[in-house]
Write a protein that binds this ligand. Structure first.
Ligand SMILES: Nc1ncnc2c1ncn2[C@@H]1O[C@H](COP(=O)(O)OP(=O)(O)OP(=O)(O)O)[C@@H](O)[C@H]1O
Length: 344
C-alpha cells in the first residue's frame, strides 16, 4: 500500500505543489495510492497510527512518501509506534532543515534542486532502503516514574540545542529559512545547564569516547559526567542537523556497528580559562561555543578543536566530548529554595 503524506506548513510551504508536479508523475504507474494532507500539529501522528491499526495483520509493507521535514517524520514515527508491520519511509525534503534526508542524500551541486529532492523517490523505485534506528526517550518524575515516552529517529536534545529549537519555533512565522536557527542560537548562547549525565550500558555494549588523536573510540572511564553543560545533543541515523551543519560527523565517518547514539557535548568547566560558573565566565565562554558551532559547518571540524589552539606544543583538552552509547540519562540538578516562615 502506498500513501503520500504532505505537510503544507513545512519549509517554505511548497510541499503539496512539489508532490503534484514531480512525485505523482514518477509513481502513478505503480497503481493505487492515497494522498493525505496534514491539517495541523499532531495530524500526521494520528493518521499514521490509524493506518498501522488498520493494517496490523497485513504482511504487505506500508510505503509512506513523506513530503515535509524532520518534524513531520517525527510525528509519523510516533504514530506508527512499536509495531511488527513493515513500514518504509520515502522522504521528499520539503522541510527547513531536513536532517535525515540530507545525511543520507548529501547535497549534490551537480543536481537541480528538484532532482535532488527526488533522490528518495528514485531510491524507492529501485527498491533501495536502509534500516533506521528508533530511539525511545522517557521523561521521568522525581519518583522515577516514566510519565511520557517519545520515539525518535533524528535527535534528542537538552541544553542549548533544545533552547534553540524552542526559540526558533517562535521565529517560524517570520523567518522561513535556516536563518531562524542562527538567531535562536545567539539568543541562548550564554546559558549553561546544571545536570549530570549518566551513560548506560545495554546488552554488554559499553559507552565509548572518541579520541581525535588516534581517530578511534575507546572505553570511557567515567559513566557519570557532571555539568554544567553548555551543549548536549544525542543523535541517531544522522551526522547533521541541516545540510551543512555536521554536528555528529562520526556517524558517517566511523559508523556505529550497533544501535548506538552519538552524543556531542561541551562542558565549560573543562576549559582551563573558566574558573567559575558565573555571568562573566558564561559570557566569555559563549564566543568559544559559537566557534565550536561554526566549525560544525566545516565538515564537522569542531570534534578536533582544542581549548588552546595557538600553541601546538600545548596538549590541551579537546573542547567537544564525542561519546557513543546505547542509552543515557540526563539528571537535572534542581536548586531548591527553602522558604522558612517564622512566627515573630
Ligand atoms: N497544516 C498544518 N498547519 C500548520 N502546522 C502544521 C500543519 N501540518 C503539520 N504541521 C506542523 O508543522 C510542523 C513543522 O513541520 P516540519 O518539521 O515537517 O517542517 P520544518 O520545521 O520546516 O522542517 P524541519 O523539521 O526539517 O526543519 C510539524 O511539527 C507539524 O506539527
Amino acid at each position: 500500500m502506498l500513501i503520500i503524506i504532505s505537510n503544507p506548513a513545512s519549509g517554505d510551504g511548497t510541499g503539496l505543489q512539489f508532490v503534484k508536479q514531480h512525485v505523482i508523475p514518477l509513481i502513478q504507474h505503480m497503481g493505487k495510492y492515497i494522498e493525505f494532507e496534514t491539517t495541523g500539529p499532531g495530524a500526521a501522528e494520528q493518521y499514521a497510527q490509524q493506518i498501522v491499526q488498520q493494517h496490523v495483520n497485513s504482511e504487505e509493507p506500508i510505503d509512506l512518501i513523506i513530503s515535509g521535514g524532520d518534524g513531520t517524520v517525527h510525528e509519523i514515527i510516533n504514530g506508527i509506534g512499536k509495531t511488527s508491520c513493515v513500514i518504509r519511509l520515502i522522504l521528499c525534503p520539503l522541510g527547513t532543515a531536513n536532517a535525515l534526508y540530507s545525511t543520507h542524500f548529501p547535497v549534490d551541486p551537480t543536481l537541480s534542486e528538484t532532482e535532488y529532492r527526488l533522490l528518495g523517490v528514485r531510491a524507492y523505485l529501485k527498491n533501495n532502503f536502509k534500516p533506521l534506528i528508533i530511539t525511545e526517550t522517557c521523561l521521568y518524575t522525581e519518583n522515577h516514574e516514566c510519565v511520557k515516552s517519545v520515539l525518535g529517529v533524528v535527535v534528542t536534545s537538552t541544553a542549548l540545542h533544545a533552547a534553540i529549537l524552542h526559540s526558533a519555533e517562535r521565529l517560524r512565522a517570520t523567518i522561513k529559512s535556516l536563518e531562524r536557527f542562527k538567531l535562536a542560537a545567539m539568543e541562548n548562547i550564554t546559558l549553561w545547564y546544571k545536570a549530570n549525565l549518566m551513560l548506560l550500558s545495554h546488552n554488554d555494549v559499553h559507552p565509548t569516547v572518541y579520541d581525535p588523536n588516534t581517530d578511534r573510540f575507546t572505553a570511557l572511564s567515567d559513566d557519570i559526567l557532571t555539568g554544567p553543560f553548555a551543549y548536549f545533543i544525542s543523535t541517531t541515523n544522522v551526522d547533521r542537523l541541516e545540510p551543512a551543519f555536521q554536528i555528529s560527523p562520526l556517524f558517517s565517518r566511523s559508523p556505529p556497528l550497533l544501535a548506538e547514539l552519538d552524543l556531542v557535548l561541551v562542558r565549560p568547566l573543562r576549559d582551563p580559562e573558566v574558573r567559575a560558573d558565573d555571568e562573566v565566565s558564561r559570557t566569555n565562554f559563549s564566543s568559544k561555543l559559537m566557534n565550536v558551532l561554526q566549525s560544525a559547518y566545516q565538515q564537522g571540524a569542531h570534534v578536533n578543536m582544542r581549548y588552546t589552539e595557538t600553541d601546538a606544543s600545548v596538549n590541551s583538552d579537546f573542547i567537544v566530548e564525542y561519546i557513543r552509547a546505547t542509552a543515557w540519562k540526563w539528571i537535572p540538578v534542581i536548586a531548591f529554595c527553602a522558604f522558612i516562615s517564622r512566627d515573630v
